[in-house]
Design a protein around this ligand. Structure first.
Ligand code: NAI
Length: 736
């Protein structure tokens, strides 16, 4: 027994060694120094005692099987330390290879999440059995952190599944499979129902296969589906870069390309060389900026946000059991579905039972689709639907312990519906409004219990969008904030918390993106180039198309209200150059957006875009007027980033993690940046071109844009201050 290590050695009298992954110093097993040291000891011992060993089972004593690379270490890798990472990684891979070729059956008894390094460890075993529990997730999600599986994952999935399936099922999307789906897709061999069953199956495999070998170590082995050496396969190869371009739209995501290269190059050489190729690409990605951005946002920031770094402390949580959703339109119907899916009873109220039933029908459609796709069972879908009670009567809301209002965007109407129900629902019910633009403090004046009133801003389509922006009004109490936070977590969404302000965080910042795109059209730049610039910067939606979706009229209404609010408080409104373009589009050409049948784009009868409106070129474009493509991209990115810093200055945002997560998950700020403030920290030249210098480089570039395109790009004081301290290592970071 080697007790104080990350791998416990347990041997029974039949010659079966169980390697129990159980790092005594961490809640999860990771690829840290303790693990590497233990693996070295274990590998030597297995070889030394080979003759008395009949088989090996690898399993875990933690909730996760194995969590993979330690991201705290990986985010610190620099080009200077990259060689150390390369050496350490290769040493681990060679040890796993020694165990794999020991000549004894090795079984992975996967009893929890085996993602990334966890699945790679399992891949080095001859047989993989997964315990069928909700916690068992299997796959290689490295691509979602800007990395590739550098622990043999590319080499072995290619040899297990063939290049095409390895890329499409495992490596390029980072899909996380349940135990059963992993089996269906060939990632594991068997599924076990109980921990006892898992170990029994592992032993049975050892008994039946004393001479185990990996398929790729057997004589005559060929990679399934062929390799580029085969002309038939080679003919299909050009399709992959095209698929990649489609996946990334030309945006600067380096990982997919490196994964493709590692898979293809590695398929043409022997196992050992393939491992070295994989390690080289892995280290290149780990030392680059994009993986740092993505690790910061999608691991550290996301964890901070979801674990309640921004939730008031010391307030106990109680689950919501029955929620009233007011308004069964697009948003209300989606919110009802999300709540019912999380097991909450929903009373869905609209002006009439018919209208409410229409809203419930949205859930019926989503359920039918989920059943058809095998994502849920008919029984679960029926139970979900049974939890939604449609109604046109206020008295049916009796006993509801939370209210989410989603009627038309009109404060008088919102006041009225809250008055109708405030004394019907539970006396301490949480009162939430899904308004996207109306100030929460003013809306709260319509209820008696203002401390219980809060903004809960969902995004459309609600069933898909993971974010909810919680807005704390001036009189909102901490208890309400804690309860709202818990409710968002209860329905398995990600909550960010902001203070009340016009447009809150998300609507205000996305407005700057749109304004910048529209302003460029007004300057005479080709509209198609503007759209291309947004796509290649990594925005999921093109900017003019997005304007059409949101409608020009709504954008103008919000702008007019903001202007009135500024002027009423004695301020001076600075018009954005986009305003004149929107006014002309609506007033002169009657083009209001997609719902009006015409906007920056033309639409067919079914509301599908048929192309950019040719009139744009006639009325706005100045042929030959061009600005650098980099400027086009960065005007959009910088406009959003700079306003986010202003929101921090104004105290609307109080957490960097909230800003990063909110921007990517709520309003489509490009994921490769790690979010709107991480983009500033890691500024690396246009679209990650590698010529930036972090915060100071960002400030210098903002000044350049201000000189060329207007005062709105002038860096705010907080940003300048941060940039001055950047040399001492200060950045916009509050979670790690
Ligand atoms: P919608 O027009 O689809 O639905 C509004 C619903 O409210 C309609 O079904 C209407 O019959 C119902 N309603 C009107 N008066 C009512 C009353 N007295 N009692 C009960 N129900 C009543 O509107 P949508 O898009 O669902 O928006 C609702 C709210 O959500 C608005 O405040 C909007 O600003 C906000 N929001 C909208 C987003 C979007 O993408 N559409 C995103 C986030 C928030």
């Amino acid at each position: 027994m080697t007790e104080s290590t990350a791998i416990r050695w347990e041997q029974d009298d039949t010659g079966v060694v169980t390697l129990v992954l159980d790092d005594p110093h961490q809640s999860a097993n990771t690829m840290n120094q303790a693990f590497r040291d233990s693996l070295a000891v274990v590998t030597d011992r297995l070889e030394a005692e080979r003759d008395s060993i009949r088989g090996i089972i690898v399993t875990s004593a933690k909730k996760t099987f194995f969590a993979g690379g330690d991201l705290r270490d990986l985010i610190r890798v620099t080009p200077e330390t990259a060689q150390d990472l390369f050496d350490a990684g290769l040493a681990v891979k060679r040890r796993l290879r020694r165990i794999e070729t020991l000549g004894r059956p090795v079984v992975a008894a996967i009893n929890g999440a085996a993602l990334g390094g966890g699945y790679e460890l399992a891949l080095a075993c001859h047989h993989r059995i997964a315990l069928d529990t909700p916690g068992t997730k299997i796959g290689c999600p490295e691509v979602t952190l800007g990395l590739l599986p550098g622990g043999g994952g590319v080499v072995r999935t290619v040899r297990l599944l063939g290049i095409t399936d390895a890329l499409l099922k495992v490596l390029l999307q980072g899909t996380q499979y349940s135990a059963r789906r992993a089996q269906e897709n060939g990632l594991v061999h068997e599924v076990a129902d109980t921990p006892e069953d898992l170990l029994a199956k592992a032993r049975a495999f050892i008994d039946a296969h004393p001479e185990s070998q990996q398929p790729w170590d057997r004589p005559g082995y060929r990679i399934p589906g062929g390799t580029p050496a085969n002309p038939k396969f080679a003919a299909n190869l050009p399709a992959f870069p095209a698929t990649l371009r489609k996946q990334t739209a030309g945006a600067p995501y380096p990982a997919p390309r490196r994964i493709l290269a590692a898979a293809v190059e590695g398929s043409q050489v022997d196992f050992e060389t393939a491992q070295i190729i994989e390690a080289r690409y892995f280290v290149e990605l780990a030392a680059g900026q994009t993986s740092k951005n993505m690790i910061q946002a999608f691991f550290f920031d996301l964890q901070a946000v979801n674990s309640g770094a921004n939730r008031p402390q010391g307030i106990g949580s109680r689950a919501v059991r029955r929620v009233a959703v007011l308004g069964a339109g697009m948003m209300g119907a989606g919110i009802a579905y999300a709540c019912a899916r999380a097991g909450i009873d929903v009373v869905l109220k609209d002006v009439s039972l018919e209208a409410a039933l229409k809203g419930k029908n949205h859930s019926a459609k989503l359920c039918a689709k989920a059943v058809a796709k095998g994502r849920t069972t008919q029984e679960k879908a029926d139970a979900l639907l049974a939890r939604i009670t449609p109604t046109g009567e206020a008295q049916d809301l009796a006993g509801c312990d939370a209210v989410i209002e989603a009627v038309f965007e009109d404060s008088a109407l919102k006041h009225k519906v809250f008055q109708e129900i405030e004394n019907v629902v539970a006396p301490d019910a949480l009162l939430c409004s899904n308004t996207s633009t109306l100030p929460i403090t003013a809306l709260a004046e319509g209820v008696q219990r203002q401390a219980d009133f809060i903004g809960l801003h969902f995004f459309s389509p609600v069933d898909k969008m993971p974010l909810v922006e919680i807005i704390k009004g001036e009189r909102t109490g901490d208890e309400a904030l804690a309860r709202a936070f818990d409710l968002v977590r209860q329905i398995k969404k990600t909550p960010i918390v902001v203070r009340d302000s016009r447009g809150f965080f998300t609507s205000r910042v996305i407005g700057h993106f749109i304004n910048e795109g529209v302003a460029m059209v007004g300057e005479g730049i080709e509209p198609a180039s503007v759209e291309q610039a947004a796509a290649q910067a990594g925005y999921p939606a093109k900017v003019l198309a997005l304007m059409d979706e949101l409608t020009l009229t709504l954008h103008r209404k919000i702008r007019n209200e903001s202007r009135r609010a500024v002027e009423e408080t004695g301020g001076t409104w600075t018009a954005h150059p986009a305003e004149a373009v929107i006014d002309r589009m609506v007033d002169e050409f009657g083009r209001t957006g997609r719902s009006g049948g015409a906007g920056f784009y033309d639409y067919d009868e079914d509301g599908r875009r048929t192309g950019l409106w040719p009139g744009l070129r006639e009325h706005f474009t100045r042929p030959g007027h061009e600005i650098p493509f980099a400027d086009m991209q960065e005007r959009m990115l910088f406009a959003e980033a700079l306003d986010t810093v202003r929101l921090l200055e104004e105290g609307v945002l109080t957490s960097v993690a909230d800003a990063n997560i909110g921007s990517v998950f709520g309003i489509g700020f490009p994921g490769w940046t790690g979010g709107v403030l991480q983009y500033i920290n890691g500024y690396d030249g246009c679209a990650g071109a590698g010529s930036g210098t972090g915060l100071p480089g960002f400030v210098a570039r903002a000044r350049e844009l201000a000189a060329r395109y207007g005062e709105r790009f002038t860096p705010p004081a907080l940003l300048v201050e941060k940039a001055e301290k950047a040399e001492k290592g200060e950045t916009f970071t509050d979670a790690r």
